[in-house]
Design a protein. Structure first.
Ligand SMILES: *[C@@H]1O[C@H](CO)[C@@H](O)[C@H](O)[C@H]1NC(C)=O
Ligand SMILES: *[C@@H]1O[C@H](CO)[C@@H](O)[C@H](O)[C@H]1NC(C)=O
Ligand SMILES: *[C@@H]1O[C@H](CO)[C@@H](O)[C@H](O)[C@H]1NC(C)=O
Ligand SMILES: *[C@@H]1O[C@H](CO)[C@@H](O)[C@H](O)[C@H]1NC(C)=O
Ligand SMILES: *[C@@H]1O[C@H](CO)[C@@H](O)[C@H](O)[C@H]1NC(C)=O
Length: 405
């Protein structure tokens, strides 16, 4: 094609010279000789072009090969990451597939392509300063603006699997609460309020949807259990009702759900049931519905009651079996080193007033010896420094109006 063009060019030039006599022939000769030299030239050009094209083709092949190589390494990196997150990240950085910045790594984890969500959770939960930086960058990628707390938690809890370790959960939920409050200023008085309420809804999820939990709390009970957590004030009832309804209508989903929901991953199992409780002032036995949750014993007159009759925080309490002349299967909550000190607790009087309890010990009778043992074990587990309870209790104290408790 290149040659044809040259010939046409020559003819064209010849025509231009029409009517100029000899010069036409001269020109033609000239034209032919230049044509032949041109055609030599063009052959060289052609070869060169072919060579270059070949090189370009080769380049394409190497590019393709390189990209295949990269994909292969990427897949290997992901595989390594799923087995050992830190090693996987190091491999990807060393292979120049990932930049060693918290933002790039956070992006990689947020996209999560081919990554095991348990492994993502393990990496984000690490105590290392750099991992904490990545955790915060990861949260920056989550957009929570105008989402209610449950919607935001759904998104967050789906992006990785929370590890089981209390300190890790604490850091991650702290980062979540920070980001949520920044996206939604004015909803909560403090990050701690957001943190405490986040756990309350995760626990609500279990209460409402785990078939092992028989007593399903009502919205009123949920509201009552979250009194005073907004830096001493109450959260709007409508907000709490919306969160309650949202969870009730659709449980939280977590990745790698192994049947153990989050509550069972990081809390001692809750317990509930009928027990007899000996009065503080008037020594009569009353049948009460007890719920052990959140490191507190709540007791209700009826299972359907919205408000508890009393709350006994288990912090600093001890438990022991006791014999009682009137009732079988008894155990007692007491303060081990201050026998006569009144246990900090509160109860609701018949007229609705909330007053401090007046018990130096709580004596309780279980229906069977077996249930007595189960209650003692559960309460012991709750008392015995579950690190998670401790963390949550510390936050709750910070944001709660029940300052004395
Ligand atoms: C990435 O950078 C952090 C500090 O910014 C450093 O501690 C870490 O060793 C680096 N990781 C790799 C794989 O180079
Ligand atoms: C992710 O990793 C966990 C823990 O190593 C494992 O139990 C789970 O099966 C893995 N999930 C997938 C989808 O491979
Ligand atoms: C919510 O409850 C469902 C049903 O018990 C459970 O599968 C899921 O793991 C729970 N979610 C969380 C975040 O605990
Ligand atoms: C538990 O004991 C610690 C240390 O003695 C004390 O600071 C804390 O206030 C006690 N908590 C309660 C609820 O009495
Ligand atoms: C608590 O009980 C003691 C006697 O056991 C009594 O002297 C005291 O007044 C009671 N306090 C309250 C607040 O009821």
């Amino acid at each position: 094609m290149g040659e044809g063009t040259l010939i046409n060019l020559g003819q064209h030039k010849g025509e231009e010279e029409q009517g100029q006599g000899n010069r036409k022939g001269v020109f033609f000769l000239l034209s032919v000789s230049s044509l032949s030299s041109l055609s030599v030239c063009s052959q060289r050009l052609k070869d060169e072009i072919a060579e270059v094209t070949n090189e370009i083709d080769n380049l394409g092949i190497t590019e393709e090969r390189k990209s295949m190589q990269r994909n292969k390494q990427m897949a290997m990196g992901r595989k390594k990451f799923n087995m050992d997150p830190k090693k996987g990240i190091r491999f990807l950085i060393d292979s120049s597939l990932l930049k060693n910045t918290s933002n790039d790594i956070a992006q990689f984890l947020y996209k999560g392509e081919g990554l095991n969500k348990t492994a993502i959770g393990d990496y984000l939960g690490e105590r290392d300063d750099f991992n904490i930086e990545v955790l915060h960058a990861f949260l920056e990628l989550h957009e929570f603006t105008d989402l209610n707390l449950v919607q935001a938690l759904r998104q967050f809890l789906w992006s990785f699997r929370l590890p089981g370790e209390a300190q890790k959960i604490d850091r991650m939920m702290e980062a979540f609460a920070l980001r949520y409050c920044r996206c939604n200023p004015g909803v909560f008085q403090s990050t701690d309020t957001c943190y405490v309420l986040s756990f309350a809804v995760i626990m609500l999820n279990t209460s409402l949807h785990n078939p092992n939990v028989k007593d399903k709390p009502s919205v009123q009970r949920f509201t009552a259990m979250n009194r005073g957590i907004n830096d001493g004030g109450d959260l709007p009832e409508e907000l709490l009702r919306n969160l309650y309804d949202s969870i009730k209508n659709e449980p939280f989903k977590i990745p790698e759900d192994d049947g153990n929901d989050l509550t069972h991953t990081f809390f001692n199992p809750d317990r509930e049931g009928w027990l007899l409780k000996l009065g503080g002032r008037v020594k009569t036995w009353k049948r009460r519905w007890f719920i052990l949750t959140d490191n507190c014993l709540y007791y209700f007159e009826y299972t359907t009651d919205k408000e508890p009759r009393g709350i006994i925080p288990l912090e600093n309490l001890s438990i022991r079996e006791v014999d009682d002349s009137k009732k079988p299967n008894c155990f007692e909550l007491f303060i081990s080193d201050h026998k006569d000190q009144v246990i900090k607790a509160c109860k609701t009087e018949a007229d609705g007033r909330v007053v401090e309890g007046n018990h130096t010990f709580y004596r309780i009778s279980a229906p069977t010896a077996e249930e007595k043992d189960e209650w003692i074990n559960s309460i012991k587990a709750a008392i015995s420094k579950d690190p998670f309870y401790e963390m949550l209790a510390a936050r709750k104290k910070k944001v709660s109006s029940l300052k004395g408790l």
